[in-house]
Design a protein around this ligand. Structure first.
Ligand SMILES: Cc1cc2nc3c(=O)[nH]c(=O)nc-3n(C[C@H](O)[C@H](O)[C@H](O)COP(=O)(O)OP(=O)(O)OC[C@H]3O[C@@H](n4cnc5c(N)ncnc54)[C@H](O)[C@@H]3O)c2cc1C
Length: 399
């Protein structure tokens, strides 16, 4: 039997699987195999809440309960992709049609010390580990109290950095109470090279988010180019001067790229671990272009250009989901040996950045929104995705 192999169980591939028409399983010629390194689908857009301690299992769904029954799931870590073959930690897998949806990882842009001394928020296990590290460090500080204050530096004032800080300051109120640490003893600094935080939003909205966080004692070091990361701080250049910002704990959220597997696979030609794709979601500008007819790359591993601006779209769950839904149509045509009838076109619906449990900023279409209503809308979008994957049982505690 021929094999359609999907790599990764994130937004892109889950949207694809949930959008396939039921008659696709009657194509007896093909079996569907999903390979992912965890038995869970986790909501990457909420990883900051896991790292900050706000939630944990609530952002996961067990794959065995949500996958269509005709899809065979294999838990394995993909190491490399080759022609018609996947090399993984436990086994090798052949494919006839391949869909890569392996997501993202942190990009340190080669800055010395980030890999050694900073933590990032890129997957579920990593977010859980970071939460534990923060709690342990604070417990240690509560006992020893050997320095004037406990300093946390968050590098990057984009989506991940600001969403993490927002949910962490809320959670910190509880942690401080439990550990009996005075508010003034914990200093959180956000370091950013740009002059503003959240540059993807209207400046008035970004500025309201900054004020909201400053009122919660967050310090912003803007216009600071990060030069190096050390065990106990960050070396930055600000106004032409080199200075050090001390930190006991450093969290790197200043950049993401595609999955390292893409870079490690000589089968692909990559840039920042991403493969450039066309409007049929297939690799282009590849050294092995002739081998790409049966390969699709979607989500954060793919780089797609906006046909109007010729600039690459930013990687988002919204893009990953739209690509997955669209690929369901193409895949049916492919399995039936038909030509593709339609090209993918991205339809941005809006973006909302949550800043803790009480506030958010964003836009829907051309309308800017902020405050609790923006937060509720974001929660509704997340709930809708959960419902799409598992129906009402996704909201039951025993699931
Ligand atoms: C904190 C944070 C907040 C965000 N907020 C938003 C937001 O509000 N809106 C928005 O649109 N986007 C947001 N994003 C971006 C969004 O999460 C990503 O764009 C999206 O998850 C990409 O989907 P994907 O399917 O490509 O990858 P993912 O959803 O990350 O899935 C990747 C899958 O691949 C698996 N995998 C990875 N490596 C391997 C391997 N070697 N072998 C086997 N399996 C592997 C993983 O387990 C996972 O199942 C946010 C990101 C972060 C980190």
């Amino acid at each position: 039997m021929k094999k359609v192999v999907l790599l990764g169980a994130g937004y892109a591939n889950m949207a694809l699987l949930k959008s396939l028409p039921s008659n696709v399983w009657n194509e007896n010629e093909y079996e569907f195999l999903l390979i992912s390194n965890t038995p869970l689908h986790y909501f990457s857009v909420l990883l900051h809440e896991v790292a900050s301690g706000v939630c944990e299992e609530e952002i996961t769904l067990p794959l065995n309960a949500i996958l269509p029954k005709n899809v065979k799931f294999i838990q394995d870590k993909v190491i490399r992709i080759e022609q018609n073959l996947i090399q993984a930690e436990n086994d090798t897998y052949e494919y006839n049609i391949l869909v890569v949806g392996l997501g993202f990882q942190s990009d340190n842009f080669g800055i010395v010390g980030i890999k050694e001394y900073a933590d990032s928020i890129v997957n579920y296990q990593g977010a859980l580990a970071l939460k534990q590290k923060i709690v342990n460090a604070l417990r240690d500080y509560a006992v020893k109290g050997d320095v004037e204050s406990f300093k946390i530096a968050v590098c990057g004032a984009g989506f991940t950095g600001i969403e993490f800080i927002g949910s962490f300051v809320d959670e910190l109120v509880q942690i401080r109470k439990e550990l009996n640490i005075h508010q003034e003893k914990i200093k959180i600094t956000c370091i950013e090279a740009m002059p503003n935080i959240l540059p993807m939003f209207n400046p008035k909205l970004s500025s309201s988010a900054k004020t909201y966080l400053e009122e919660k004692n967050i310090t912003f070091e803007l216009g600071c180019k990060i030069l190096e990361c050390e065990k106990d701080g960050i070396i930055v250049e600000k106004n032409g001067q080199k200075e050090k910002i001390d930190a006991s704990l450093i969290i790197w959220t200043a950049g993401v790229k595609g999955n390292q597997v893409m870079e490690d696979s000589t089968f692909f030609t990559t840039q920042r671990s991403k493969v450039e794709i066309n409007a049929y979601l297939q690799p282009i500008n590849q050294a092995n272009q002739e081998l790409m007819q049966n390969v699709f790359v979607i989500g954060d591993c793919a780089a797609l250009k906006d046909p109007l601006t010729q600039r690459f779209y930013p990687p988002t769950a919204q893009m990953a989901m739209q690509q997955g839904e669209f690929l369901a149509k193409l895949l049916v045509q492919k399995l039936q040996g038909k030509n593709f009838s339609e090209e993918f076109s991205y339809k941005p619906k809006g973006t909302i950045c949550s800043i803790g449990s009480q506030y958010a900023i964003g836009y829907v279409g051309k309308m800017n929104i902020k405050g609790k209503s923006a937060l509720w809308l974001k929660r509704a979008i997340e709930a809708n995705w959960k419902f799409k994957l598992a129906g009402l049982k996704a909201f039951s505690k025993t699931f």
